[in-house]
Design a protein around this ligand. Structure first.
Ligand code: SF4
Ligand code: SF4
Length: 246
């Protein structure tokens, strides 16, 4: 099985597991926990993502994220690259407001601080009551609609509440000069055929990055490797080495 098939299979499994795992990706559950001084499963998941992204960049988005899986399904309906620009700032605004709420929730919370990984779940299962499907399908629509209307992985670009964590972790990793997974280009071999760009699920200017070997500077690259596998000239490859000038 080829790498992209394996990647898409993992994404599909992650999507199918969403009724079980949803609360572990929930920013609301963290707040509900902190009000009671409970560190929830989603608290630990978000913290792990921050740490892992120092070493792996945004690979979580490329290989494991159920919302990413959903959006890649939407690519068969709208394959246009989502417009970049100021809309990308929306997710950072959401994230900043959410962080402020977390601080207030914890400050106003009561009781001893304790961990409960399964907080608000039914034996670890998130969607265990029919009423929870209202939340489930609301989130599905929230993720799906931007991609259907605006193009490839638009929810990742505009509204994802987890992306800022991964971007922050990636930046901390770079500051600490930690060798980090990224795509590198043997730029002299590139013939500007643009095939890599046609398959990028994030709709990035891949050919331009290949020509300048600047993937390591791009916080939107999710290290999915679709461009690597598409390039018949073997211009692109994965690398763990720290790049100069990061
Ligand atoms: S597919 Fe390869 S050769 Fe073609 S533009 Fe991309 S990096 Fe260059
Ligand atoms: S640039 Fe390549 S590795 Fe990065 S998101 Fe696009 S296709 Fe995936």
């Amino acid at each position: 099985m080829k790498r992209q098939q394996i990647r898409k299979l993992i994404l599909l499994v992650s999507l199918l597991l969403l009724p079980i795992t949803m609360w572990y990706f929930s920013p609301a559950i963290i707040i509900m926990g902190l009000v009671q001084h409970v560190l929830t499963g989603s608290f630990f998941v978000f913290l792990s993502m921050l740490v892992i992204s120092m070493f792996m960049g945004r690979s979580f988005c490329g290989f494991l994220c159920p919302a990413g899986a959903l959006q890649e399904c939407a690519m068969s309906i709208n394959v246009r690259p989502a417009k970049q620009g100021r809309r990308r700032a929306i997710k950072f605004v959401i994230w900043t407001v959410w962080l402020a709420i977390l601080v207030f929730a914890f400050a106003g919370g009561q009781g001893d601080v304790r961990a409960d990984f399964l907080f608000m779940t039914d034996h670890g299962i998130s969607i265990s009551k029919p009423v929870n499907y209202i939340i489930y399908y609301t989130v599905i629509l929230l993720v799906l609609l931007p991609s259907l209307i605006c193009g490839r992985r638009a929810a990742c670009h505009y509204i994802c509440w987890m992306a800022p964590f991964l971007i922050l972790g990636e930046k901390i990793g770079k500051l600490l000069h930690i060798p980090q997974l990224h795509i590198k280009a043997d730029k002299n071999k590139c013939i500007s055929c643009n095939k890599c760009e046609s398959v990028c699920p994030m709709g990035l200017k891949v050919e331009r990055m290949a020509k300048a070997n600047t993937f390591y500077k791009c916080s939107d690259c999710i290290q999915c490797g679709a461009c690597v596998d598409k390039c018949s000239r073997k211009v692109l490859s994965y690398s763990w080495k720290a790049e100069k000038g990061r």
